[in-house]
Design a protein around this ligand. Structure first.
Ligand code: NDP
Ligand code: CU
Length: 407
């Protein structure tokens, strides 16, 4: 990049200034116009060039981590699923990889470009060591503490339960190897996704650590692998990062509980109105409504309420923005959370609507409905008022009307 920039300046300004200008182009952007001052160029030309130089130098900054050709060797401890997948991906990205294993001779399935050594030998070859081993085996690192002094240790581990241990795995690692710079990263990426390349939804890699330089080195690797590093701050954030993969459906809690609550409410409402009321006042047993008629009444009601709740926060947000006169202020917390789970609310609504369709399809094959339909036809054909004709099965027309409601 500097060479190309120098070429550009060379042609623009001639030999006299090209070398002089090479340096400022790589310095912070603001100094570019300052450095052009002594060149004796007209003011307009100076401004144009300085803008061009600023653009070029910021491009250099943005591309820096990915354009360096020389990649440093990376060491991976553990030749399990994750270690192998990550190693493979790193080799593809141009990193020399050396594995540290308990049994270097017998390890198979390892990418053939990689070297497999003992932990001690492997650690000596690299400044960055990725610990692709479960936390419960970390104590094998204690005897290696001297060799690991000053190295960057990347903790990728996950737990089986939220807050399984009092301290995060990364902090535990930092305690075991006090001389090393521990960085937490990669734990939200799965071995399978790394291998199959289906990382579309999970390109984000959360990175945290106390040593800025170490963190930067790890983030450069993350970028080189085509992933997006997200700096989460100091190693204290590791606990939270380790909990991410264990949070199943984080945005689903509210929609699920809300729909369950609504379902329970409407179920008891229908139960009291249609079954208990008739039983108490008319001594009729309609308990069979519980199986299909009542659910089929609940489903569309809940679906429509949820659908309304999908659209409502957008309207509320618009009102708040109009009221405040700006769209650049933060929404209240409750509205923010509500807006974030609209997709999930909509999907639950869709599920209830499907259930309604399903129940509606079942209804015509029920014996009760067939009997009622036939009964209705007979009463029409006979031209006799139905309460007279079917006096054996119906005591009054009111009951007949009642039943129509439950179809
Ligand atoms: N699998 C995945 O998708 C993901 C895994 N992770 C994390 O990566 C880490 C490794 O996971 P994974 O590869 O699936 O696990 P594996 O069980 O497949 O591999 C673990 C490796 O650790 C090494 N090991 C096992 N026991 C010991 C021991 N007592 N002392 C030293 N080394 C030991 C072994 O390597 P060797 O025989 O070469 O010594 C083994 O291959 C875990 O902490 C996990 O939480 C994180 C994100 C995703
Ligand atoms: Cu309907």
């Amino acid at each position: 990049m500097p060479v190309r920039l120098s070429g550009f300046l060379h042609s623009a300004l001639g030999n006299r200034t090209s070398l002089q200008l090479l340096r400022p182009a790589l310095a912070p952007a603001a100094t570019a116009s300052h450095q052009l001052e002594g060149t004796g160029l007209p003011r307009g030309e100076r401004r144009r060039l300085s803008a061009q130089m600023n653009k070029n130098s910021s491009n250099i900054m943005a591309l820096a981590p990915n354009t360096s050709n020389k990649r440093e060797t990376v060491c991976i401890f553990g030749t399990g699923d994750f270690g192998r997948a990550l190693g493979q991906k790193m080799i593809q990205s141009g990193y020399p990889v050396v594995f540290g294993s308990r049994s270097p001779q017998t390890s198979n399935l390892i990418p053939k470009e990689a070297e497999v050594l003992s932990h001690t030998e492997a650690a000596q070859k690299a400044a960055i060591i990725i610990i692709a081993i479960q936390r419960q085996h970390y104590d094998f690192l204690t005897p290696l503490a001297e060799i690991l002094r000053g190295k960057v240790l990347v903790d990728v581990s996950n737990n089986l339960k939220i807050n399984q241990y009092p301290e995060s795995n990364a902090e535990y690692l930092a305690q075991l190897v006090p001389g090393a710079k521990v960085v937490k990263a990669f734990n939200t990426v799965s071995a399978w996704a790394l291998q199959s390349g289906t990382l579309d939804a999970s390109r984000q890699v959360f990175v945290c650590g106390d040593d800025m330089e170490a963190k930067q080195m790890v983030m450069d690797i993350v970028r080189a692998l085509g992933l997006t590093p997200l700096d989460q701050g100091s190693l204290l954030a590791a606990q939270e990062i380790e909990n991410y993969p264990l949070q199943l459906f984080p945005m689903w809690k509210f929609p699920i509980f809300l729909s369950l609550g609504l379902t329970a409410f409407f179920f008891f409402y229908c139960l009291i109105r249609d079954v208990i009321y008739s039983y108490v006042y008319e001594n009729k047993d309609y308990s069979f409504f519980i199986a299909i008629s009542i659910p089929n009444r609940i489903c569309p009601v809940v679906a429509l309420i949820l659908l309304a709740l999908v659209y409502l926060p957008g309207v509320l947000a618009a009102i708040i923005q109009l009221y405040r006169g700006t769209k650049y202020s933060r929404f209240p917390d409750w509205l923010d959370k509500w807006m974030l789970c609209r997709k999930q609310l909509g999907l639950v609504a869709l599920a209830f609507a499907f259930l309604h369709v399903f129940y509606t399809l079942i209804i015509p094959i029920r014996y009760y409905v067939r009997w009622r339909t036939e009964d209705g036809i007979i009463s029409k054909v006979s031209f006799v008022p139905c309460y007279v004709f079917s006096s054996s099965s119906f005591t009054s027309t009111t009951q007949h009307v009642e039943l129509h409601k439950y179809m």
